[in-house]
Design a protein around this ligand. Structure first.
Ligand code: SF4
Ligand code: SF4
Length: 265
């Protein structure tokens, strides 16, 4: 799929509009979601007390499948950073191993989401043709079905292109979990609210990288701006043939894969 700047992002108003609308007061990061939604519909932008202006950014992630070694440091760092339960089945990001055999069989596994890393096998597997790792994460879709189905507006999209869940409004109905075609959400067992990757929003508003990107030893994950020509992500997308997961669903994912294998689902 050829990358193009998303139309929706171009419509975002600038910081000046926001300042004109709300005066010089700053909106705190934890402002209730309903305020976010209303401001979005009105077309006003947001800003934060540290001067970060969401309307000046538009984020995505690149993943180079050929570079992933399945070490699982990303999945582990994410759990630590984001208070994701240690038990299996709860993940904001995970890594799948694909094994393709001579007879066409495709075996996919992801023990504990790869938070403990994949251990190298003791002997080469018979009839194995190829073997690779695919990091998965919320795709921060530009047209997110999870947002459309939320009955209370607790899940929403920010002007900088990140889909978030406001845990204060989430009623734990699981509609968004069922609506996500990528299996990127889970119900937090203690908080009883939907949870998913936020691109480590609390970090990126402070100009830090998401935890999974920071710890990746091979730079298989590239986080960055989609609308700034000099950004490493735009360069990555220019230099590689880019694919997204399930493009036929028209969710317009903003996680872009390089060296994609046609067997990846
Ligand atoms: S940390 Fe990097 S190399 Fe290791 S599993 Fe994650 S994406 Fe792959
Ligand atoms: S990947 Fe799933 S949870 Fe993430 S934005 Fe898309 S539909 Fe929503």
């Amino acid at each position: 799929m050829k990358y193009k700047v998303k139309e929706s992002s171009k419509k975002l108003p600038d910081r000046r509009t926001f300042i004109q609308t709300l005066g010089s007061s700053c909106v705190l990061l934890l402002v209730p979601k309903f305020l976010f939604a209303r401001e979005n519909k009105k077309g006003a932008a947001w800003t934060y007390s540290n001067g970060y202006a969401p309307s000046e950014h538009y984020y995505g992630m690149g993943i180079d499948i050929s570079k992933c070694i399945g070490c699982g440091r990303c999945a582990n760092a994410c759990k630590l950073e984001n208070d994701v339960p240690r038990e299996p089945f709860f993940f904001r990001t995970w890594v799948e191993r694909y094994r393709i055999f001579e007879d066409g069989e495709v075996a996919i596994d992801s023990p504990n989401g790869a938070a403990d890393g994949f251990k190298p096998g003791s002997a080469p597997e018979k009839n194995l043709v190829r073997n690779f790792f695919v990091p998965k994460i919320c795709n921060q879709c530009d047209k997110p079905p999870c947002v459309q189905v939320c009955p209370v507006g607790a899940t929403f999209k920010t002007p900088d292109g990140v889909v978030l869940v406001d845990s204060q409004y989430c009623i734990g109905c699981r509609y968004c979990i069922q609506a996500c075609p990528y299996g990127a959400r889970y119900l937090h067992p203690e908080k009883r609210v939907a949870d998913k990757c936020t691109f480590c929003y609390h970090r990126i508003v402070k100009e830090k990288l998401p935890a999974c990107v920071e710890v990746c030893p091979t730079q298989a994950r590239i986080f960055g701006e989609l609308e700034k020509k000099a950004s490493p992500l735009v360069r990555f997308m220019r230099m590689n043939k880019i694919s997204v997961l399930k493009p036929s669903l028209n969710t317009e994912p903003k996680v872009y894969y390089a060296n994609f294998d046609m067997e990846v689902r």
